[in-house]
Design a protein. Structure first.
Length: 309
């Protein structure tokens, strides 16, 4: 495989404020690569550097072998880009915007464009100012996909989309990969990138903390399960089960809150021994995961491993 994106020690400061520091990674042609990090981590800054909307203070990056700053015009021909925030003329309709982008790029396959509009259930007849955040996101996704670019660079593509549209978006991304093309997408939600990405880079505080296969990130995959029982159940029943890191007994012992790493199988089987009234599962935010379990360099906090049985 050859790298389509090569990022080499990129650094960007905003005056005295940090943007990103010494970021290096590679994205191979034909993969779906997730760029994961909590809010303010530096995802948008990295993407804006790749798109030559910002100039790096240090370091270099290449897309398809082209320098991101010197050859940005050639790069734009290869890329479909979804910015974090779209700023569009509020008086134009969605359809007019798509037509405008289509003319700029030329050679748009109109039947593919119609298909994208239908798949995301997008109404192109309304004016930009009438669109909700979700609808603007759909418009941004369609314009990024419609010319079948070799590389898609998508900044938080699914934020504001409802679950059905999100599933459709995941299918669209999978099709791009099957087509041998590449997707680079950012997100702050682990489960979102899990659906589509084969590899991810995790950025925090402007620095990369990990790059790896999605399957190697099991240690950051955590769930908070709250189980309510018909009668009190001792927390000890769950301590020491596979994946259980912490058990808290709430109120009068009828409800237990468990922090589970990886599969919840052992917990569910144990819970089934008792009479269960309700169960909720909640995925903590990346920031929560980092705060609770990790030092700033992404290494597991020692006390956290003590909590694990
Ligand atoms: N124009 C700017 N001026 C000053 N600081 C900025 C500017 N843009 C970003 N920053 C700072 O750079 C850091 C990285 O921000 P960035 O927007 O790249 O993060 P992000 O991971 O994309 O987060 P989000 O998901 O919230 O957009 C943050 O500390 C942010 O406050």
């Amino acid at each position: 495989m050859t790298a389509i994106i090569e990022v080499d020690h990129l650094t960007k400061r905003y005056g005295s404020k940090r943007g990103i520091t010494d970021v290096s990674f590679q994205v191979e042609e034909g993969e779906v690569f997730g760029f994961l990090g909590p809010n303010g981590a530096g995802k948008t800054t990295t993407i804006r550097l790749l798109m030559a909307l910002l100039r790096a203070d240090a370091g270099t990056a290449r897309i398809a072998g082209l320098d991101i700053w010197q050859q940005s015009v050639e790069i734009k021909r290869l890329v479909g880009y979804l910015p974090g925030e779209l700023s569009l003329d509020p008086n134009l309709t969605g359809g007019q915007i798509l037509q405008y982008f289509g003319h700029l790029r030329g050679g748009i396959d109109q039947s593919y464009l119609k298909q994208l509009i239908a798949r995301l259930d997008f109404d192109p007849t309304r004016k930009i100012r009438q669109y909700s955040t979700g609808n603007k996101r759909k418009l941004g996704i369609i314009q990024a996909f419609m010319h079948r670019p070799r590389l898609l660079i998508l900044d938080e593509p699914t934020s504001g989309l409802d679950p059905l549209n999100q599933q459709e978006f995941d299918r669209m991304v999978t099709e791009v990969r099957e087509d041998g093309r590449t997707v680079f997408l950012s997100s702050h939600i682990l489960t979102e990138v899990e659906q589509t990405c084969n590899r991810v880079a995790i950025i925090r505080g402007g620095q990369l903390v990990r790059v790896g296969l999605i399957n190697d990130l099991k240690d950051i995959k955590r769930h908070e399960l709250t189980i309510t029982f018909a009668s009190p159940v001792p927390a000890e029943a769950f301590k020491g089960l596979a994946g259980v890191e912490q058990v808290e007994s709430l109120t009068d012992g009828h409800t237990l809150r468990l922090f589970v790493q990886g599969q919840a199988d052992a917990v569910i089987k144990e819970a089934a021994q008792f009479s269960v009234i309700g169960l909720t599962s909640h995925e903590p935010s990346l920031e929560d995961i980092f705060m609770r379990y990790y030092e700033s360099d992404g290494q597991a906090v020692k006390e956290a491993s003590h909590v694990v049985h």
